[in-house]
Design a protein around this ligand. Sequence first.
Ligand SMILES: *[C@@H]1O[C@H](CO)[C@@H](O)[C@H](O)[C@H]1NC(C)=O
Ligand SMILES: *[C@@H]1O[C@H](CO)[C@@H](O)[C@H](O)[C@H]1NC(C)=O
Ligand SMILES: *[C@@H]1O[C@H](CO)[C@@H](O)[C@H](O)[C@H]1NC(C)=O
Ligand SMILES: *[C@@H]1O[C@H](CO)[C@@H](O)[C@H](O)[C@H]1NC(C)=O
Ligand SMILES: *[C@@H]1O[C@H](CO)[C@@H](O)[C@H](O)[C@H]1NC(C)=O
Ligand SMILES: *[C@@H]1O[C@H](CO)[C@@H](O)[C@H](O)[C@H]1NC(C)=O
Length: 257
Amino acid sequence: MTAGSACGWAAGVLGVVCLALQFDSISCHFPMFGTVNQSVTFPVSSSAPFTEIMWTKNRDKVLEWEAGSSVRVFPPFVGRVHLDTTSGSLTIFNLTYSDEADYKLDSLSSGDILFTLKVIDPLPSPTLNCTLAAEDITVNCRIPESYNFIQHLNYSWNCFPALCKNGSNMSEVVIKRNNDLSQEIRCTVNSPLSKQTSLLVLATCVPAENSRSRFAIIPAVVIPLVAGVIFLAVQKRFSAMWQRNRENRPQLTGASR
Ligand SMILES: *[C@@H]1O[C@H](CO)[C@@H](O)[C@H](O)[C@H]1NC(C)=O
Ligand SMILES: *[C@@H]1O[C@H](CO)[C@@H](O)[C@H](O)[C@H]1NC(C)=O
Ligand SMILES: *[C@@H]1O[C@H](CO)[C@@H](O)[C@H](O)[C@H]1NC(C)=O
Ligand SMILES: *[C@@H]1O[C@H](CO)[C@@H](O)[C@H](O)[C@H]1NC(C)=O
Ligand SMILES: *[C@@H]1O[C@H](CO)[C@@H](O)[C@H](O)[C@H]1NC(C)=O
Ligand SMILES: *[C@@H]1O[C@H](CO)[C@@H](O)[C@H](O)[C@H]1NC(C)=O
């Protein structure tokens, strides 16, 4: 029944599919993710100690081991794998895209356990972008198209529901323009292995005069502006007066002659 206990543990992991076959034999199927150039460990937890282990990749041998002898590793995994002979777990280092495959632990002690490995890019930071319509601001959270796992990402926003309405998909929110645009919103992108967050100050989405934050800007901008206008007007007035005086002076002197 060791197969059953290994799979019972496995069933606690999200997305695992276990099929009960006849005669106590149970086959489990784990989705696994690894980041390119990093490592991945296929976790096995068997209640009985192992006496022999074989790991295969799409039916090709990765390694084999028997109690009392050393682990024999096959290309292209030589120098790139580690077997924990106690737990049965296999670790692959320096992952490449060509490591993507089905991996199977074959052992009398545990039954078969199958892992399907996907090798994904490191997750970049999202780019936040906004587009302006009459009433609304639509904010988009984007990961470059080149990211190899883009359709499996999910997006979340730290934004009060009163402020942010759902857009046409998770990577988009819609905000009414008449909100307080001095706040910032954050988009968090989750891959199966990591997450990245970027933020956007909403005021940067609208031309300055349309922003609510103009109320904060009024004293800072308007006062010097008014002072400047008054100064220019006064200066113009004085220079006009001075000019007139200069024009009038010859007449006056002429008249006094
Ligand atoms: C993985 O490592 C190789 C060699 O060290 C490097 O050229 C490549 O850019 C790396 N890839 C990523 C996604 O980090
Ligand atoms: C991974 O690759 C780098 C060079 O690309 C190498 O220096 C390093 O030793 C490798 N690590 C393992 C565990 O094989
Ligand atoms: C963000 O929007 C600007 C203008 O609308 C556009 O030029 C730019 O390419 C967009 N950036 C991204 C990453 O989509
Ligand atoms: C917006 O989407 C979230 C998660 O996708 C959901 O929980 C929420 O109910 C949605 N709200 C509206 C108004 O559709
Ligand atoms: C969300 O919708 C926009 C436009 O409607 C589209 O360009 C984008 O690819 C979609 N994103 C996702 C994750 O579906
Ligand atoms: C998004 O993905 C993460 C990790 O893959 C997961 O923990 C989270 O529950 C997911 N959220 C939604 C709303 O699907």
